[in-house]
Design a protein around this ligand. Structure first.
Ligand SMILES: [Cu+2]
Length: 257
């Protein structure tokens, strides 16, 4: 609710809110960008960074990940990755583990980072409906993700006001407590808890306002992202869906992810 009205309130009020809330607000009338480091959660060893460039609702998201869970059932471990909005705009700490199993599950983290608003898939739908579409996420221990797509208003507004949180999911179960390693996911009973646990997290802060270089692509740049294309360097999670069969071919779940 608050996000939607934010863009409509006068500039003076925005300034006051920015001072109260801390993070800088983006001037969304011009192209701008935000970024964050992605720090490990749940002892995952996963870290990286994310950069999001916005021009209106056209978003280019770049994520670099290393130290992530490598394999699952002889295939690359799929890493669901989302923009969460509507929470406190922070990453959860250990106190969020309300059931005391030693791991902060995705639902336990929701008060901190909010619900899934955008699914950072490699192709196709990017809405919350694709939150657990594991066959359309990158996989493996290290990867680079880049995609340009039309982002929804809720995510764009949360990015602009500094409350959007990027969350990478999927933790190697051997790093968890015995109790957590044996649990199934609260999001889908056919998945182990480890598959959906938050592994890395960062709140996107505005890094550049109205000062994007013209065209955004300098001459000589070796990588020119095409619209609506996911570019994955490293392993693809696609093979996993083939190996694991039905268990990983999930019904779409948009709630409580
Ligand atoms: Cu998520």
């Amino acid at each position: 609710m608050r996000k939607k009205t934010l863009l409509a309130v006068p500039a003076l009020a925005l300034g006051a809110m920015a001072m109260a809330a801390g993070p800088a607000l983006a001037d969304t009338s011009e192209p701008w960008s935000g970024q964050t480091s992605l720090d490990e959660l749940n002892g995952s060893g996963t870290s990286g960074d994310a950069m999001i460039e916005l021009d209106g609702n056209e978003a280019t998201v770049t994520i670099n990940i290393s130290g992530a869970a490598a394999e699952f059932m002889d295939g690359p471990f799929p890493h669901a990755q989302h923009i969460h909005v509507g929470g406190e705009g922070v990453c959860p700490d250990a106190s969020a583990d309300t059931d005391g199993d030693g791991a902060v599950s995705t639902p336990e983290g929701i008060p901190s980072y909010g619900e899934v608003s955008t699914s950072l898939t490699t192709e196709g739908d990017t809405s919350a409906d694709s939150a657990l579409a594991v066959e359309r996420y990158p996989g493996g221990a290290e990867y680079t993700y880049e995609r340009t797509f039309e982002i929804n208003d809720d995510s764009a507004a949360a990015l602009a006001d500094g409350t959007a949180v990027v969350v990478i999911h999927g933790v190697d179960p051997t790093l968890l407590s015995e109790e957590a390693a044996e649990k199934m996911s609260p999001l889908n009973e056919e998945l182990p808890l480890a598959a959906t646990l938050p592994a890395a997290c960062g709140t996107v802060s505005v890094s550049q306002m109205g000062a994007m270089p013209d065209g955004g692509a300098d001459t000589g740049s070796p990588v020119q992202p095409a619209d609506n294309t996911g570019v994955i360097v490293g392993a693809s999670a696609g093979a996993l869906a083939l190996v694991a069969g039905g268990a990983w071919m999930l019904r779409r779940r948009s709630d409580n992810v």
